[in-house]
Every structure is written in structure tokens, then in C-alpha cells.
Design a protein around this ligand. Structure first.
Ligand SMILES: [Zn+2]
Length: 381
């Protein structure tokens, strides 16, 4: 039993499933689950994205494990000490690590979830409620045809999870030192500032849009959007691109555009952020047009039975008392939370995710398998 989780993680890593191409990873997981008696099905909206849904049992409580088989591209191959899609275990700073793209985000967790579910169902074929695994191949991309779509299928079928455990890399240094109990929201905007184009030698005849946009961007970068709230840091803001090419060096631009993104806590809302932008534009003499994209609303699971079961399972297996956090980017948990599910995230250290040389503690797959098995036991026994 000791190496099975590690071996399954390696098998998944060796498939170069760059988003949204699953490369057969979901079938590898399905074969483990099918052997244990799970009903496995591929949910596909007709596009290139596939979602594996595996279910066992019926009724409530419904505990859903959530993951993804896609990975981000490896980037510059020369920056990898070992090839990204040739998983290997080696010693680094006195400990064994498993390297490869997806080792941390999140194929070790995928392997551990599938094995833990199979372990549980083999030991308790007549368990209480429903156990499920939903794994998409489009988490790292735009999520089209992925978890949000699969969540709508669950809703249509009346399959509403009570609890959802996301296997994303939640830990800081050691597997078990942190559990995520929610995530911030994400709002993007593309803002156009208008002025009056003209000859640079006659500033009195033009109204330089770049100057106006610079003042607005400065005001937005300095803005304190909120004070944060329990378990959430204050809302953060970043400008991600700026353009105002006028086409000639003697031409003052009549238009300047920039893109930006907020990671917001429940103390702010998309509406409050938008209002502040227009207020700041007004006080800086800017006429703006804005298009908005809401990537996800914040969600939080309050301490209670499910979060308690997750933290207790982590403690029993690792001896660590995890801290609760809502830090980092958003996750596909944001598509499951609105169904009414309590969502918690637990996985290995995310220290190297998306980097060249991504790796994870070689013991992580097995540790995760044991933690996930305990979580299933606390909910479905
Ligand atoms: Zn991930």
C-alpha cells in the first residue's frame, strides 16, 4: 500500500496533460474507481474539455472530492533539472521529493483522492450517503466546459453536494500545515480613458489620455478598497497591462487603455469596487468606459462539522494542527460553493506550483490518501 499512491501520481505526471488536454489521465483514475464499484461517467459539453464524474452510494450526506487533471505548460525546458513529464524521485535538501509538472498542482492529490475513495468503498460498501469525485481538464485554462458546466449538470440532476473537498495544494511547507476554508473573489476590468488627440507641440490644443490614465491608475493603486474581514486579508489590486500607442512620437494620444484585477474579500462586492472606480475617475477628471469580468465571488466555509472533520483528519494523520486560510488565487471550489456546499481545500505544499522544477514531498501522495480516507469516514460512516 505504501507506494501505490506515489506510483499512481507518477503515472499521471508522465501524461503531458497541458490544459485543456486530459491525455487519458481521467481514464487512469476511472479504472481505479470502477474496480472499487464506482459508477464513472465522462461529462462533456461537446468541446475539447472532459470531466470525470465518479459516484458511489446514494442520498445524503453527499461528499464530493474535486480535482483537475490539466497542468500549466512547462515553460522553458532548460530551467527544469529533470524533464517535466518524466516524473522522478530524488533527494533534495535531505528529503525525498517527487518532481514533474503537476506533481503539486495537483496530480498527487488526484491519485490520493481516487485511491482513498476506492479504499473506503472496498472497506465500507454499504456506507452512508454518496461519495463522489469530479475531475476536470480545464481548471488552469478558462474553465469553459469544465467545473462550472459540470456543476450545472449536478444541479440539473439534483446531485447537490453537502460537502466538497478540493485537493488543491493548500499547504505551506509541510503537508498538513494549512487548510483553506474559502477563497477571495476575482474581478477583472478593461478600462478605456478618453482625451483629445493632438500635436505634442501644442499641449493647449490636446488633452493627453495617457496623462489622465496615469493619474487614475495611480489613484487606484493607492486606494484602500476595504479593511479586510475575518479570515480574509484586505482586497488587493493590480494593473496587468497598459497601452496607448498613438502611432507617432509627435502625437499626444486621445485614448489610453489598461487592464486590472482585484482579489476581493467579502467586505467588498463587484458593485462597490465598480462604484469606487467611477468615483476615482470623476475626482481625477477622467471620462472612462469599462468592461468587467467577474471570475468568481468570494466564498467561505465557517467552522463547523465539515471543516472540523477535515482539520481533525489532518491532525490524526500528520500530527500537525492546520491553520485556516483564504490566501492565494481562486479555485474551482467557487463553482461548487454556490450550489450550497461547504467547501474546504486540502492538498500538499504549493511552494513550487507553476514553476520550472515543480515538485512535492515524495511522501505527500500517501499522506493525502490517508487524510482523504479519514475525511470520507467522518462524513459517510
Ligand atoms: Zn490546481
Amino acid at each position: 500500500m505504501e507506494d501505490e499512491a506515489l506510483e499512481l501520481a507518477k503515472k499521471l505526471i508522465s501524461r503531458p496533460s497541458v490544459t485543456p488536454d486530459d491525455q487519458g489521465c481521467q481514464e487512469v483514475l476511472a479504472s481505479v474507481l470502477r474496480d472499487a464499484g464506482f459508477k464513472c461517467e465522462t461529462l462533456c459539453d461537446g468541446g475539447p474539455v472532459t470531466n470525470l464524474l465518479a459516484l458511489h452510494g446514494k442520498g445524503r450526506p453527499f461528499l464530493l472530492f474535486l480535482g483537475h487533471t490539466d497542468v500549466v505548460p512547462p515553460g522553458d525546458l532548460r530551467a527544469w533539472p529533470h524533464p517535466p513529464f518524466e516524473p522522478c524521485v530524488f533527494e533534495r535538501e535531505g528529503r525525498l521529493v517527487l518532481s514533474g509538472r503537476g506533481s503539486a498542482d495537483m496530480k498527487s492529490s488526484d491519485a490520493a483522492m481516487a485511491l482513498a475513495l476506492a479504499d473506503f468503498v472496498k472497506a465500507h460498501p454499504a456506507h452512508k450517503g454518496t461519495l463522489g469525485l469530479l475531475v476536470t481538464s480545464n481548471e488552469e485554462g478558462d474553465s469553459r466546459g469544465g467545473t462550472p458546466w459540470a456543476a450545472s449538470v449536478l444541479k440539473e440532476r439534483g446531485l447537490i453536494p453537502d460537502c466538497c473537498l478540493v485537493g488543491e495544494p493548500s499547504s505551506l511547507k509541510e503537508t498538513g500545515d494549512q487548510v483553506k476554508c474559502g477563497r477571495r473573489g476575482s474581478l477583472s476590468a478593461h478600462i478605456t480613458v478618453r482625451g483629445v488627440q493632438g500635436h505634442v507641440a501644442y499641449p493647449e490644443r490636446c488633452d493627453n489620455a495617457a496623462h489622465k490614465a496615469a493619474a487614475l491608475m495611480h489613484a487606484m493603486a493607492q486606494c484602500k478598497w476595504d479593511q479586510g474581514c475575518e479570515n480574509f486579508p484586505p482586497t488587493s489590486f493590480q494593473i496587468t497591462s497598459v497601452s496607448c500607442d498613438s502611432g507617432a512620437e509627435n502625437l499626444a494620444p486621445g485614448r489610453c487603455e489598461f487592464s486590472c484585477n482585484w482579489r476581493f474579500c467579502p467586505a467588498s462586492s463587484p458593485e462597490s469596487l465598480k462604484k469606487t472606480v467611477f468615483d476615482l475617475a470623476g475626482s481625477n477628471g477622467c471620462t472612462v468606459e469599462a468592461s468587467w469580468h467577474l471570475n468568481g465571488l468570494p466564498f467561505q466555509t465557517s467552522p463547523g462539522f465539515f471543516l472540523g472533520a477535515v482539520c481533525e483528519s489532518v491532525r490524526e494523520v500528520t500530527g500537525l494542527t492546520p491553520r485556516l486560510s483564504t490566501s492565494g488565487g481562486t479555485s474551482d471550489g467557487r463553482f461548487i460553493a454556490p450550489l450550497g456546499a461547504e467547501v474546504a481545500e486540502f492538498g500538499p505544499s504549493g511552494a513550487t506550483i507553476h514553476k520550472a522544477g515543480e515538485c512535492v514531498d515524495a511522501a505527500a501522495p500517501q499522506t493525502l490518501r490517508r487524510v482523504y480516507l479519514r475525511i470520507a469516514g467522518k462524513i459517510c460512516l
